[in-house]
Design a binder for this molecule. Structure first.
Ligand SMILES: C[S@@+](CC[C@H](N)C(=O)[O-])C[C@H]1O[C@@H](n2cnc3c(N)ncnc32)[C@H](O)[C@@H]1O
Length: 231
């Protein structure tokens, strides 16, 4: 074995990476747009030595950069990018059908202040320098309802400690979920990782845009909760 072992850390990802067959238009977005929108140096293949990747290298300047973990169909991410053109928004999503949906929305909205990592947020957090991120969003994270699966949730030290590291002091971390037990675990685990609770309630943020999962939750009679922390 070489002195430096570039093998990626053994990391479990339990979600889906592929869904139903992509439409021809979506295949086009992936082949034509993703190449220029994805940040370089995030995957282990691209950057086996895990050299730090600054947000200035991603956006070309020192604008504030926000992170959305698990953007799903991308509606919230595109909404934020359009509403805050002075900011750069990086989204991470391993589910390729979601990535294709986001790319369609990016084209339709014409936003340019976005960067798309079609993979696990942990790979991005590994290489971002400390204090890079000015705001982070975790919207409707996978609920993992069975107790023995709670450790797969995003609100566990494996994700929260790196998130804390890459966020700037004072940066806001927002969590939206419709699962009461997810609220419980969020309120327990996020402060343990160093964040301070700012607000928890049923009132959404002023600039919130309801996501596909929230719409599904509402149709099925579940109640959205919005939790805000500060790094
Ligand atoms: C329940 S969906 C919610 C999607 C969207 N935020 C919404 O509200 O409609 C959760 C998403 O998080 C993604 N996800 C899970 N673990 C992730 C990780 N480690 N990094 C990035 N995305 C992740 C999943 O692939 C899934 O698409």
């Amino acid at each position: 074995m070489s002195e430096f072992d570039p093998t990626p850390p053994r990391r479990n990802f339990y979600g889906r990476r592929h869904g139903k067959t992509l439409r021809q238009s979506q295949k086009g977005y992936l082949s034509e747009d993703l190449g220029s929108l994805r940040p370089r140096g995030i995957t282990h293949q691209d950057n086996p030595e895990r050299v730090p990747v600054t947000t200035a290298s991603i956006f070309g300047d020192d604008r504030p950069v926000w992170l959305e973990v698990g953007f799903g169909g991308g509606e919230h991410m595109v909404h934020m990018a359009a509403r805050y053109p002075e900011v750069g928004v990086i989204g991470c999503e391993p589910f390729i059908n979601g990535v294709a949906m986001l790319l369609g929305k990016i084209r339709a909205a014409g936003v340019e202040n976005v960067s798309v990592h079609p993979g696990d947020a942990r790979d991005l957090m590994d290489v971002l320098p400390e204090g890079s991120i000015a705001k982070a969003f975790l919207n409707y994270p996978d609920p993992w309802p069975k107790a023995r699966h709670h450790r797969r949730r995003f609100v566990t030290p494996e994700h929260l400690i790196p998130l804390y590291r890459v966020m700037q002091p004072g940066a806001e971390f927002r969590v939206a979920t419709d699962i009461p037990d997810y609220v419980r675990q969020t309120l327990e685990e996020v402060p343990k990782a160093g964040f301070t609770l700012v607000h928890e309630g049923l009132d959404a943020w002023d600039d919130w845009l309801s996501t596909r999962y929230e719409q599904k939750a509402l149709r099925e009679g579940r109640v959205p909760h919005y939790v805000t922390f500060r790094r």
